[in-house]
Design a protein around this ligand. Sequence first.
Ligand SMILES: [Zn+2]
Length: 211
Amino acid sequence: MRIHALTTGSVSLKHAFLHPREGVRRQLDLFLPGEWSARLPIHCWAIEHEDRVLLVDTGESATARDIPFARFHVTTADELPAALSAAGLSIDDVSEVILTHHHGDHVDGLSRVRARARMGEAEFAFIDLPFSRFMRRALRQPLPPGFAPERLSFDDGAFGAFPRSANLSTDGRIVAVETPGHTPGHLSVICVDDAGNHVHPTPRCTSRRSG
Ligand SMILES: [Zn+2]
């Protein structure tokens, strides 16, 4: 198994996003003037295993618009095809995409991929909520063109502390588990690497704390 961290550009984030206060200030501070971080990489992951390449998220694209608490630095030369190329892979090598959740810095690269894509079943209901629709309009972060992943259901029993899981490889060494919080339908991917360690190639979200 080989696990590659791919970088699709970078983002500067307001300190209020990275270090939120409690209560109403948590949301309010995002929209008030404040300090900004240095540029942080926008990651996604590629896992080579069983003669397949599984992508966990697809990174950001050059179409990303700045929002009140995030400034994106992504050119077309930073997008998924180039990020895969830097790891010695090609967009045509991708066998399948697993999306952790629906935010733009995780799904905007999907329009470049022809392979099957799946997202956790609970995220679909969340995407359609009026609150989610409002946030996408208000922050000018639409879903990417042709966004139509399939539903990933968690029918493969417990994995460690997680009551349900979804096998993503035939040998059970790559699984998805439900990790609601950042969004209600968020999932994480766990790999059992060649040394038997459990590793967790799941990109941190840089676009929104909720919504
Ligand atoms: Zn997110």
